[in-house]
Design a protein around this ligand. Structure first.
Ligand code: CMC
Length: 384
């Protein structure tokens, strides 16, 4: 029957607090502001790990041995190349759409040339997964080069995941320090439990669809301003504010008009997001390095005002607040901030999909029915 549940039943708007899966991938303590991947605190990974090692940890459940990491890194490098027809298609795509839409097209397109495309997520898809994670940066960089009329820069097998992306984007090798900062940003964005985009990927995979379809669902979900799309809007807001002395008026006006301040608040964290803390340090560092404190000063002023006004409600900066300032200094165009989030999070999406389908059950929640009990069908010529 189409009718959903009626009568007394617990209902959680936005599925808040609902446990929808068992997972050993990451844990968030929202009241203490702690995040661990497979038990390892994010601060340790930011200090000692890199994206490739973190990706291995998330996918396989433990840190790799030296040899396993070398093999994994090599596999990622080999998989960076796109099928020729996907590359040609990216060159031909119009320059105006949001790059998140391009990314959906490119991930869907690669599936068409994959001999294993009909294999569902449950059938040992690890090499497909690694291929997608490795290809997403190439898709983003190629599209950006093509839309700006520049030659495409093929991946450089001598460079790691983070440095290679900056290289393909800018056409010159990044300095080591900036490549490392970007690498840490990718580690910080790699995984975050059952956030909306990960859940979207899991819902798709739970029907035993294929991994590309699951990733396309996730990209479409991450795009929204309440999720990954917030980082781009933070920079827009900083530009609108212009100078730190205008921040107070801007924030108070926005709050009085019930508008959201992008980069603040989180469903799980009711205190400072530990990822934002690390990214803020890098934003400070880069602002000083480039002697351009315009954005960081406005950002810090907004943070103070928001914590003063809404801290008691558990509203603090989230990962998206300072990441944009960091990316800006790394020369990443603003509309690529969310694609860069997708590039990092692709491993979290894949890890959850692979974990969930091992003990799969199709996701199928119910809606609490609020419509009428019975309505007579009125023939069309008798309707008013
Ligand atoms: N600015 C102003 N007020 C806010 C904000 C904000 N950024 N976030 C939450 N609130 C208020 C909200 O108005 C509500 O107040 P009241 O109880 O008086 O109605 C209360 O806090 C709870 O908000 P909610 O919408 O019920 O909280 P949620 O858990 O459903 O939403 C959120 C979480 C992230 C969507 C929300 O905090 C938000 O819209 N933030 C701005 C967008 C943003 O920065 N998104 C990135 C999230 S972190 C990275 C990621 O996952 O992508």
């Amino acid at each position: 029957m189409g009718a959903e549940i009626k009568g007394a039943i617990e209902y959680s708007k936005g599925l808040e607090g609902v446990i929808a899966a068992l997972s050993s991938i990451s844990y968030i303590d929202g009241s203490q502001g702690k995040l661990v991947y497979r038990g390892i605190p994010i601060e340790m990974l930011a200090k000692y790990s890199n994206y490739e090692e973190t990706a291995y940890l998330l996918l396989y459940g433990e840190l790799p041995t030296k040899e396993a990491l070398e093999n994994f890194t090599q596999q990622m490098k080999t998989f960076r190349i796109l099928p020729k027809r996907v590359e040609d298609c990216i060159r031909e795509l119009p320059p105006n759409p949001h790059p998140m839409d391009i990314l959906k097209v490119a991930v869907a397109h690669t599936a068409l040339y994959d001999p294993d495309r009909l294999r569902c997520c449950r059938e040992g898809v690890m090499s497909k997964v690694i291929r997608i994670i490795a290809q997403i940066p190439t898709m983003i960089a190629y599209y950006h080069r093509a839309r700006t009329g520049q030659d495409i820069v093929p991946p450089d097998p001598d460079l790691g995941h983070a440095a290679n992306f900056l290289y393909m984007l800018h056409g010159k090798k990044p300095d080591k320090e900036e490549a490392r900062i970007f690498d840490v940003a990718l580690v910080l964005h790699a995984e975050h439990g059952l956030n909306a985009s990960t859940f979207a990927a899991m819902v798709t995979a739970s029907t035993l669809s294929d991994i590309n379809s699951a990733i396309v669902s996730a990209i479409g979900t991450l795009k929204g301003p309440l999720h990954g799309g917030a980082n781009e809007r933070v920079l827009k807001m900083l530009d609108e504010i212009g100078t730190p002395d205008k921040a107070e008026e801007y924030v108070l006006n926005a709050l009085s008009e019930k508008r959201r301040i992008m980069g603040f608040g989180h469903r799980v964290y009711k205190t400072y997001d530990p990822r934002a803390r690390i990214l803020k340090e890098y934003a400070e560092y880069l602002s000083n390095k480039y002697n351009d404190r315009r954005y960081i000063e406005i950002g810090e002023r907004i943070e103070k005002i928001m914590i003063r006004e809404l801290g008691k409600k558990g509203i603090f900066p989230n990962v998206d607040f300072y990441s944009g300032i960091v990316y800006q200094f790394l020369g990443i165009p603003r509309d690529l901030f969310t694609p860069v989030f997708a590039m990092a999070r692709s491993v979290g999406w894949a890890a959850h999909v692979c974990e969930y389908v091992q003990n799969n059950r199709i996701f199928r929640p119910r809606a609490y029915y609020t419509g009428p009990d019975y309505v007579e069908y009125v023939p069309i010529d008798k309707r008013r």
